[in-house]
Design a protein around this ligand. Structure first.
Ligand SMILES: NC(=O)c1ccc[n+]([C@@H]2O[C@H](COP(=O)([O-])OP(=O)(O)OC[C@H]3O[C@@H](n4cnc5c(N)ncnc54)[C@H](OP(=O)(O)O)[C@@H]3O)[C@@H](O)[C@H]2O)c1
Length: 302
């Protein structure tokens, strides 16, 4: 498995966790990796760390804050100027378990970063994705999408009705519903680009640092966490389903991959289970229209 050496792959949130691991593996395989990160300092630091491990790596860094519409709007121009066309776009960046917070447009932060940002970014970059076999948009989902509930009429959290895990789950079920709708629309427009989803199972990154799930107070919680830690794979292993979705020639549009082992927590890449809400095409159409309305980004119209 591995991209051919001419591929240009953009990874969002490439400076840490799974995004760094994906960038490392892709650079080793010979791809030109575009590391899109919200902090220029962390991006440069990640670039330097990666170059120490893969001295021949072809890397570019671009600024991108996925929670901020203005930052997303600047990326296509910068990409076109500094890189040109893309072959693969990996929507990896994500936030988890935040207390209620909103971006400058008043959008709840999980929904803005994990879903609306990728929706708008794909629309703005699509004309820069080389429309040829092998081209892909890969969305990184989560087991927690099965806990999410889409509320098209009210996608944001209301004060007093906010639970961080529910907000995260909602953003991820929206992302998966969108991935499948993106695939249907790409087919309807006779594009060669495919849309694919993948989740890592569980990975020991910093995403849950500070959240109660990572720091339980009760004795039982601590015991359960220790048991879970022994089941959780390394970040390198957890990145494999995403790399498979991004690179394997056998992958078809609309597929969703995750670890193939017990409860999809760890194991070699295999087809993963999708929550029925994400499989509902009429809900996906409504979500797409609502997202166009919210973001002002319209593409692949029906
Ligand atoms: N780790 C797991 O167990 C797990 C399980 C299921 C799914 N996932 C998914 O895997 C993906 C990667 O997560 P991870 O575990 O690698 O987390 P991580 O170590 O916390 O890394 C997240 C990355 O996303 C970036 N990011 C966050 N908000 C951003 C924004 N507004 N704009 C641009 N970049 C932003 C972070 O940048 P900063 O460094 O600047 O914060 C960081 O580079 C996420 O989509 C997550 O939902 C992870």
């Amino acid at each position: 498995m591995g991209p051919d050496h001419r591929r240009v792959v953009l990874v969002t949130g490439a400076n840490a966790g799974l995004g760094f691991e994906l960038s490392l593996a892709l650079a080793r395989a010979g791809a030109h990796v575009v590391m899109a990160c919200r902090s220029p300092t962390r991006a440069e630091d990640a670039c330097a760390r990666l170059l120490r491990r893969v001295p021949h790596a072809r890397l570019s860094t671009l600024p991108l804050d996925l929670s901020e519409p203005d930052s997303i709007a600047q990326l296509p121009h910068l990409l076109e100027q500094q890189v040109g066309q893309l072959d693969v776009l990996i929507h990896n960046a994500g936030v988890f378990g935040l207390p209620l917070s909103r971006n400058s447009a008043g959008q709840e932060m999980h929904f803005a970063t994990n879903y609306l940002g990728p929706f708008a970014l794909t629309g703005m970059l699509l004309s820069l994705v080389h429309d040829a076999p092998g081209a892909r948009v890969v969305c990184v989902g989560s087991l927690a999408h099965r806990l999410g509930k889409l509320r098209i009429e009210d996608p944001y959290a209301r004060e007093g009705d906010y639970r961080p895990l529910a907000a995260y789950g909602r953003s991820k079920v929206a992302l998966l519903s969108y991935t499948l709708e993106l695939e249907r629309r790409l087919r309807a427009h006779s594009s060669h680009i495919i849309a694919v989803g993948a989740h890592p199972g569980m990975a020991p990154t910093d995403i849950a640092r500070g959240h109660a799930v990572a720091n339980p107070r009760s004795g039982l919680g601590k015991w359960l966490n220790r048991r879970m830690e022994s089941l959780i794979p390394s970040v390198t292993e957890a990145a494999q389903p995403i790399l498979h979705a991004a690179c394997a020639p056998t992958v078809q549009g609309g597929e969703y991959y995750g670890p193939g082992g017990l409860l999809e927590i760890a194991g070699a890449p295999a087809r993963a289970r999708v929550h029925r809400q994400a499989l509902d095409p009429s809900l996906a159409t409504q979500l797409w229209s609502a997202s166009e309305h919210i973001t002002g980004v319209r593409y692949l119209s029906r």
